[in-house]
Design a protein around this ligand. Sequence first.
Ligand code: 5GP
Length: 138
Amino acid sequence: MEKDIFCKIIDGEVPCYKLYEDNSVLAFLDISQVTKGHALVISKNHYDNFLSVPKEEMHKVMDVAQMIGQIAIKFLGAQGVNILTNCYEAAGQTVNHFHVHVIPRYANGDGFILTMKNNAEGLNLPAIAEVFKDQLKK
Ligand code: 5GP
């Protein structure tokens, strides 16, 4: 199977601006820089996305994402940070290797647009909540 681009970065076959590395986690600047300091934090082991990564590795990645977010606020002049992870194509995932985006935010018009409309009208919220509750108590 062909290596994905992040496996190539981990193996040193593709260069990156590395921010942090340990046995399980690698963090580097996203090539697209949606905003200044846009970083990616990835697991070194290959998992397709957040939904399939084992908890321990997911927690290690999130620890590093938190630190990078804190640094962006303290030292890059960011006023906010979006931490997000896309799972599957429908959610915008383009690289099938678990990764978390840390996107520093500066002000309106900083290049990152996230719109969350209120589409609750007409939905049966108690029924939807039941589906999750039923599965979560198992
Ligand atoms: P996704 O859309 O899967 O959530 O995000 C994948 C991200 O990987 C994109 O923001 C894209 O800019 C970044 N990316 C893709 N190829 C490379 C690369 O070769 N180097 C770096 N540093 N980032 C990459």
